[in-house]
Design a binder for this molecule. Structure first.
Ligand code: F6P
Length: 325
């Protein structure tokens, strides 16, 4: 239990995610509703260290609930991994009178929040990342929009793949986490999914699958590759060389991080932003907001960072059942 807060700061950190604006809006309006002052911090921890901080009112967050990106901008801050970085940031919080800080981001951002909490600034993390890879929570803001964006793009690639009777390899985001790839594999009806968390089929097995599918009369062949597996362009060349089937690779990249947030993302963001402020008002620090088994709840950041998240075995089993048929 830490001291109560009077002035709340909010920042977004790490990779942006659709719905972050809805979370910022929720933090600001909930805090103002409780008579607290609110400061926005631009460009994540970089802005906190540099004092890129401004006071926010209810109008500062007008007309942003439906927009992608983050109005506070974001950054990955290397200085925060040094001893001096968090100390400078904590000093800057004191300069502006910020005694409670909401950090919207992923695990890396929560490490920074943990350090600031040790330095006397009450901090609460809100999970915002398209990767869905925060272990303590079933949901992270941005995932639903990202996976829908990827699904729509892959549907389009599938159209042209069928017209040309090609094999298509589509690489989706997720350096360490295969959630977008696994979901797209299932919802786009892929013939094969390659994930960073597990041992995948060998190239020979994959090629046998492609040839079998061709024999069965399939017009296209869709392979979803997670960014963490990578190598899509080279894989396409090898498949084409061996099978003689025209093969194209598309890397969807950062388009998955933008766009109008879905209802799911706006809803969770609004709930989690408000929950974060409630935690600060209750005098809590070093907590991360989570959505677990249908309920909003919170975990100690230090404990949460130690937790491990695994792809769901049953989802993997089902994806295997539906592939290559
Ligand atoms: O963490 C979100 C994410 O989009 C990952 O899926 C991806 O690996 C990474 O960020 C890309 O980061 P950057 O925007 O720095 O290239």
């Amino acid at each position: 239990m830490s001291k109560k807060v009077e002035t709340i700061g909010v920042l977004t950190s790490g990779g942006d995610a659709p719905g972050m604006n809805a979370a910022i809006r929720s933090v600001v309006r909930t805090a103002l509703g409780h008579g607290k002052r609110v400061f926005g911090v631009r460009k994540g921890y970089n802005g906190l260290i540099q004092g890129d901080i401004f006071e926010m009112d209810a109008r500062s967050v007008s007309n942003i609930i439906h927009s992608g990106g983050t109005v506070l901008y974001t950054a990955r801050c290397k200085e925060f991994y040094t001893d001096a970085g968090p100390r400078k940031a904590a000093d800057m919080c004191r300069v502006f009178g910020i005694d409670g800080l909401v950090v919207i981001g992923g695990d890396g951002s929560f490490k920074g929040a943990e350090r600031l909490s040790e330095l006397g600034i009450n901090t609460i993390g809100v999970p915002g990342t398209i990767d869905l890879d925060i272990a303590c929570t079933d949901y992270t803001i941005g995932f639903d929009t990202a996976v829908n964006t990827a699904m729509e793009a892959i549907d389009k690639i599938r159209d042209t793949s069928t017209s040309h009777e090609r094999c298509s390899i589509v690489e989706v985001m997720g350096r360490h986490a295969g959630y977008i790839a696994l979901w797209c594999g299932i919802i786009n009806g892929a013939e094969q999914i390659l994930l960073p968390e597990m041992e995948n089929v060998t190239e020979e097995e994959m090629i046998r699958g492609i040839l079998n599918n061709r024999e069965k009369g399939k017009k296209h062949n869709l392979i979803i590759v997670a960014e963490g597996v990578g190598g899509s362009a080279e894989l396409a060349k090898r498949i084409e060389a061996i099978t003689g089937i025209e093969t194209r690779a598309s890397i969807l990249g950062h388009l998955q991080r933008g766009g109008i947030p879905t209802a799911t993302d706006r809803f969770h963001a609004s709930m989690m932003g408000s929950y974060a402020v409630d935690l600060l008002l209750a005098g809590k620090s070093n907590r991360v907001v989570a959505y677990k088994d249908g309920q909003y709840c919170d975990f100690d950041i230090t404990e949460a960072l130690k937790m491990k998240k695994h792809l769901d075995d049953y989802q993997i089993k089902v994806s295997g059942m539906l592939e290559n048929k």
